[in-house]
Design a protein around this ligand. Structure first.
Ligand SMILES: Nc1nc2c(c(=O)[nH]1)N[C@H]1C(S)=C(S)[C@@H](COP(=O)(O)OP(=O)(O)OC[C@H]3O[C@@H](n4cnc5c(=O)[nH]c(N)nc54)[C@H](O)[C@@H]3O)O[C@H]1N2
Ligand SMILES: Nc1nc2c(c(=O)[nH]1)N[C@H]1C(S)=C(S)[C@@H](COP(=O)(O)OP(=O)(O)OC[C@H]3O[C@@H](n4cnc5c(=O)[nH]c(N)nc54)[C@H](O)[C@@H]3O)O[C@H]1N2
Ligand code: SF4
Ligand SMILES: [Mo]
Length: 745
């Protein structure tokens, strides 16, 4: 074999938000990945990578991966051609819609779509063509409260604050474990070094978590907190700010309304009043509040543990309130707003007032929020909505049977659907219910652009990644599958549909004031963008018309796709800069900090203070692990190796009380389900709290996940997740703080 067939490619890792720069050594002739390593020249990650970096190779080479559309038949799965597959999928969906209305189809969008620019840009077309109001996604099991808070306060859900971790002196991290998750709503390769740097410059890292996590271990101070009580803890900090004259919103003070209302809402939440709820001593809460307010630059940051909890919106909001009241919002070293080169985060039209409930779920009458219904209602909408039930369903890169509440019920409900389409690359716990599975080619086979991660980056950057291998002759990218299905559902051709969508996008993008596409000619722009369909010309459009763009003047300094393609690394676009006032869309240009949609939930939280937790009760939380990515990398041999890791972590105190022994099996029961898992006794757990990771439960017989089933079957933590309690203002599921009973099995 000649060495000419071997080449190095520079690519960003598409697995998690860090988007590290990697070097991929490939044998093109034999379509083999020889090596994947960190790229020392990458300005963002400087050679850093984690073990999941090997996933691109593992998934590409996985013989279980689906490469041809699969249709269910009486004799099992049958590979079919694309034309037949798209026809079959569209016909099945349209037939149900003709008979039972458009809302009889539901759609669930999963996490990996966020790491594929084609999926990000074409999602809209598919969802639009389905014309259903029953839209679900993993977001209502994730960061949805943050989206709701941003929609209410700043007029747009995507205006998300990101910690300026490289310049802060005080990092208060609640319910996140960035050393393992590698940061979320914080795209920051090698978080560990960044945290160490805070300490080296004399700053402090404080972690608030019911488990002494890997992040807590390298912090300066760790506080155990009872699951679900962060809103009370944060309110107590706010209470101290007011009581001790520490409120100083600085520049933002001029546009923030509602500070007095917050003072009065916080008055009941003294550190003493919340201590029984949170498990945190009042003196400690008071000290943390003082330290935070005194720090030159501080950021209060919350992730999964402050979102997927009963008071997720209040906690997520109070994270912002703490930052805003202490002048740490939209300022260096505090929480800031990235500026992606593709222009997703620029000034725009003032928002309509925030209302919810433009439509509602059938069974529970839950309002739509920001266009979505809670994923917690999916199963009941399938199995309990009578004539209005969901009869058809589409999943796009999602595995809700393992990722969303009451997985066992959803599993049964999906089995009862009349028709289901899955756009996915594995035959897994969810897609086994499909009538047709439409696979997409994987990252090494297509170009990519860091579209979503540039909206959460701790420094502005832009990056294009090349294709490494030619795709299989009839392999399709995510966007192609979405486009073809969307076109077929709309009774038009993919070409015509693409053209219409593209022209609309050009029209929408040009002429935005203050950006480089403001004064350019429509036809000249079209000529420059060329006629190659797909997401990359849209990226070119957005880049060239965007804040760092060349304005379609080829000789200009600004960015274009051609220029990015010529550099093999990420391009650093500098530190985050204050810009909230420029980009926010809130009506009247004022921030309604005490927005009624959010504060309406305060009485419910207050009532909770009078009901301190029972000594013997147990609450279940989740945890991420270094070699998992939600449910879908357990089939990659080198990531699945090692001891079974789906263990129930229990504190020594609880283990003794309950007669549980390390390594033995325990039965865990919640209102909705029961699992048996191996016990791991650990004094990293707060007494009264047990922890089980999600994404496992690879035990169904009719899947094709050979390695996962053999190496890391585990149990489905979401069998225990109750679909009924929700974070009221957002409809986010309660995946953390689930009441459970545990006994030896
Ligand atoms: N209990 C509990 N539950 C949780 C969480 C928790 O903390 N605790 N976390 C929640 C969070 S934050 C999230 S984001 C969700 C994730 O929830 P989901 O997005 O539903 O689940 P994933 O496990 O990410 O599933 C990814 C799916 O995409 C497929 N896939 C992977 N790559 C590709 C590709 O290139 N193309 C296509 N077409 N398909 C692909 C995989 O085969 C898999 O079926 O889980 C949530 N569930
Ligand atoms: N290796 C790996 N990395 C990942 C993923 C993965 O599956 N594996 N998933 C990715 C995805 S989709 C996401 S969204 C991110 C999530 O990123 P993170 O939120 O950083 O990750 P988690 O491990 O879920 O951290 C949640 C923490 O909240 C704590 N917790 C639970 N309940 C509470 C509570 O009530 N209060 C407080 N203060 N803490 C609580 C848990 O003990 C846990 O340590 O990670 C991403 N990165
Ligand atoms: S931290 Fe995330 S982006 Fe970086 S190598 Fe690991 S999985 Fe890939
Ligand atoms: Mo997530």
């Amino acid at each position: 074999m000649s060495s000419e067939g071997r080449r190095w490619f520079h690519r960003s890792c598409p697995i998690c938000e860090a988007a590290c720069g990697l070097r991929v050594h490939a044998d093109l002739a034999n379509r083999k990945v020889l090596r994947i390593e960190g790229d020392p020249e990458d300005p963002r990650s400087a050679g850093f990578l984690c073990s999941k970096s090997q996933a691109m190779k593992g998934v590409y080479e996985d013989s279980d991966r689906i490469k041809q559309p699969l249709r269910r038949t009486a004799n099992g799965w049958k590979e079919i051609g694309w034309e037949e597959a798209i026809d079959f999928a569209a016909d099945g969906l349209l037939r149900l819609q003709e008979e039972h209305g458009t809302d009889t189809i539901g759609v669930y969008i999963g996490n990996p779509t966020g790491f594929d620019v084609g999926a990000m840009l074409y999602n809209r077309l598919l969802v639009g063509s389905l014309r259903s109001t029953r839209l679900f996604s993993g977001a209502t099991m994730d960061h949805f409260p943050k989206l709701v808070v941003s929609r209410a306060l700043y007029g747009k859900s995507s205006i998300l604050p990101i910690p300026d971790i490289d310049r802060t002196d005080y990092f208060l991290c609640l319910g996140g474990n960035p050393i393992v998750s590698q940061g979320s709503l914080m795209s920051a390769p090698d978080v560990k070094s960044r945290m160490r740097a805070i300490q080296e410059r004399g700053g402090k890292v404080v972690v608030v978590d019911p488990r002494r996590t890997e992040t807590a271990r390298v912090s300066d101070e760790h506080l155990f907190i009872r699951p679900g009580s962060d809103a009370s803890f944060l309110f107590a900090m706010v209470n101290v700010f007011f009581a001790e004259g520490l409120v100083d919103p600085g520049r933002l003070g001029a546009v923030v309304d509602g500070i007095d209302e917050i003072r009065s809402l916080a008055s009941a939440f003294t550190p003493e009043a919340v201590a029984a709820s949170t498990g945190i001593d009042a003196g400690v809460t008071r000290r943390i509040a003082r330290e935070f307010a005194a720090a030159e630059r501080a950021c209060c940051y919350g992730r999964i543990g402050t979102c997927t909890v009963e008071f997720g919106t209040l906690a997520s909001w109070l994270v912002d309130v703490v930052d805003i009241l202490t002048g740490n919002y939209d300022e260096p070293g505090g929480m800031m707003f990235p500026r992606p080169a593709t222009g997703q985060a620029e000034a725009g039209r003032e928002a309509e007032p925030f209302i919810v409930g433009r439509w509602r779920s059938v069974v529970r009458d839950h309002p739509e929020v920001d266009g979505q219904l809670p994923c917690s209602v999916m199963a009941e909408e399938m199995d309990a909505a009578g004539e209005k039930r969901l009869r058809g369903f589409v999943t796009v890169a999602g595995n809700p049977v393992l990722s969303t509440p009451n997985g066992a019920r959803l599993d049964r409900a999906m089995a009862g659907l009349d028709f289901m389409v899955a756009i996915d690359i594995y035959l897994n716990e969810t897609t086994r219910h499909a009538d047709i599975i439409l696979p997409t080619i994987v990252q090494l086979e297509h170009e990519n652009f860091d579209f979503l991660t540039s909206t959460t980056a701790v420094r502005n950057f832009v990056r294009w990644s090349p294709r490494v291998f030619e795709p299989a002759p009839d392999g399709k990218e995510h966007w192609e599958v979405m486009l073809e299905l969307a076109a077929r559902l709309s009774g038009t051709s993919a070409e015509a549909f693409e053209e219409r969508a593209f022209l609309e996008k050009v029209r929408h993008t040009l002429g935005r004031s203050g950006l480089s596409g403001e004064n350019v000619e429509f036809d000249a722009v079209l000529a420059k963008l060329g006629d190659e369909p797909g997401p990359m010309r849209v990226v070119d459009l957005m880049l060239r018309a965007g804040p760092f763009g060349d304005g379609f003047a080829d000789a200009a300094d600004g960015l274009s796709l051609d220029k990015l393609r010529a550099v093999s690394h990420a391009i650093d676009l500098g530190p985050l800069e204050p810009r909230l006032l420029e980009i926010m869309r809130a009506p009247g240009g004022r921030i309604p900090l005490a927005h009624p949609h959010i504060t309406a939930d305060v009485p419910r939280l207050r009532a909770r203070l009078d009901r301190p937790p029972d000594e013997d009760s147990l609450l279940l939380v989740g945890r991420r692990q270094a070699r998992n990515m939600n449910s879908w990398l357990h089939n990659v041999e080198i990531l699945a190796r090692g001891k079974p890791r789906c263990t129930l972590m229990v504190s020594g105190k609880d283990a003794q009380r309950l007669g549980l022994v390390d390594g033995a099996q325990a039965r865990v029961r919640s209102r909705v389900g029961e699992v048996v898992a191996e016990v791991e006794v650990s004094d990293d757990m707060m007494p009264g709290v047990v922890s089980l990771p999600h994404g496992f439960g690879h035990t169904a017989a009719d899947t094709r996940l050979t390695t996962a089933a053999k190496r890391q079957p585990g149990v489905n933590a979401n069998v225990l997740t109750d679909e009924v309690p929700l974070d009221a203002p957002s409809g986010t599921s309660v995946a953390n703080g689930i009441p459970v009973e545990v006994c030896a099995a």
